[in-house]
Design a protein around this ligand. Structure first.
Ligand code: PLP
Length: 380
């Protein structure tokens, strides 16, 4: 089998129509308002609130700031229980708030934090739980909230992957005390860089809006030591035009995902994350497989290297675990013996190319190649 003539990357950003962008740029330049809650920002925040089906949204400059601010305004302290199977921004946001991340193992099926292992990690210093809806797959929010209520803990969701995901009729940003979204270029929905925090309490929304703008209340009063985490007018305008084409993008990704699932589920040694909740409406952020070396005949790392020879660029996502970073080594929660599932999963996952502009024939060919690589010596 011949390699692809051009590289197939793991993702490509969602790009709106150029004319629509040019029109927006004209609007911004005509208004001579580039940042600080301009007209684009106001409109985008309103539309996002409606789209996400949440009471309140605060736009920010990226998903990491969203996490940092959410932890800050909820006044989290001491220790926060989170997952090691995530992007570095999750524990780093805690670190930047002088909070110690305590890593909890994940579920074998969903790859999300395992609620049955959270209680054992709670100490008098625990102030919150910071779960991640990994790859847009919703966590067991009921079980997590039950624990939080029992121990009077806050819950902040890292919803970086879940723009537009719904559970039943509920937008994913309605769970816990706050949720942090990323609008990074690699996400299903993007504003180049960007992010948002959703919450249900107007007082929290007010605190976020103050904190993201140096703590300014009005022109001359500073009520808190805020930072600068504002979204600018171009980002907001880009978001407005991207929002219009998002449904089409998700539809395309859904179709491609169905091809992957249908083809790859027949291959021994390839598995996917699952979620028992049938009411979930996904956003098809990415397509991640789990490779069982014994059954597939090749390790995840070997498959990653072999696919490169065919001009297919996949990603080991998430690998390594955050608990393996040098900066978090001083905690017993990072010992591999305490994180057996996360340890295995991170060595076996591989994110395959997925984006709306990817042709169905490309996905079929990727599946052909994966199938042929199983137990082969690469004599394709
Ligand atoms: C799970 C998770 N959390 C947080 C972030 C940080 O988002 P951003 O890159 O917008 O700062 C990412 C980014 O990819 C992520 O994957």
């Amino acid at each position: 089998m011949k390699p692809f003539s051009k590289p197939i990357y793991v993702t490509r950003p969602l790009l709106p129509d150029r004319k629509a962008i040019h029109r927006k740029l004209d609007e911004i330049l005509d208004a001579q308002w580039l940042t600080n809650r301009g007209p684009q920002h106001k409109l985008f925040e309103k539309e996002i609130t409606r789209y996400l089906k949440v009471p309140y949204v605060s736009l920010v400059n990226n998903g990491t700031s969203a996490l940092q601010l959410a932890c800050r305004v909820l006044r989290l302290t001491g220790e926060v229980i989170t997952t090691p199977f995530t992007f570095p921004a999750t524990p780093h946001a805690l670190y930047w708030n002088n909070i110690k991340p305590v890593f909890c193992d994940i579920e074998e099926a969903s790859w999300n934090i395992d609620p049955s292992k959270i209680e054992a990690l709670i100490t008098p210093a625990t102030s919150a739980i910071l779960p991640v809806h990994v790859f847009g797959n919703p966590c067991d929010t009921k079980a997590i909230q039950k624990i939080a209520d029992k121990y009077r803990l806050k819950v902040v969701y890292d919803a970086a992957h879940c723009f537009g995901v719904k559970v039943g009729e509920k937008g994913i940003g309605n769970f816990g005390d706050a949720s942090a979204f990323s609008f990074h270029a690699t996400k299903v929905f993007n504003t180049l860089e960007g992010g948002a925090i959703t919450c249900k309490d107007p007082a929290i929304k007010e605190r976020i809006d103050l904190a993201k703008n140096f703590g300014f209340q009005g022109e001359n009063t500073i009520v808190a030591p805020g930072i600068n985490a504002k979204m600018d007018e171009f980002q907001a305008a880009f978001g407005l035009v991207c929002l219009k084409i998002l449904a089409r993008e998700i539809k395309k990704r859904k179709k491609l995902t169905a091809i992957y699932q249908q083809r790859l589920s027949k291959i021994e040694g390839i598995d996917f994350a699952t979620n028992n909740n049938r009411t979930v409406e996904h956003n098809y952020y990415n397509f991640v497989i789990r490779v069982d070396e014994g059954e597939f005949g090749k390790s995840r790392d070997q498959l990653y290297e072999e696919l490169k020879k065919y001009n297919i660029f996949t990603r080991k996502y998430f690998y390594p675990l955050c608990s393996q970073f040098q900066c978090y080594r001083d905690s017993s929660s990072v010992f591999p013996i305490n994180l057996p599932v996360a340890g295995r999963v991170s060595k076996e996952v591989l994110s395959l190319p997925l984006y709306g502009g990817l042709a169905e024939s490309c996905v079929s060919k990727i599946c052909d190649i994966v199938e042929a690589l199983r137990k082969s010596n690469n004599q394709l």
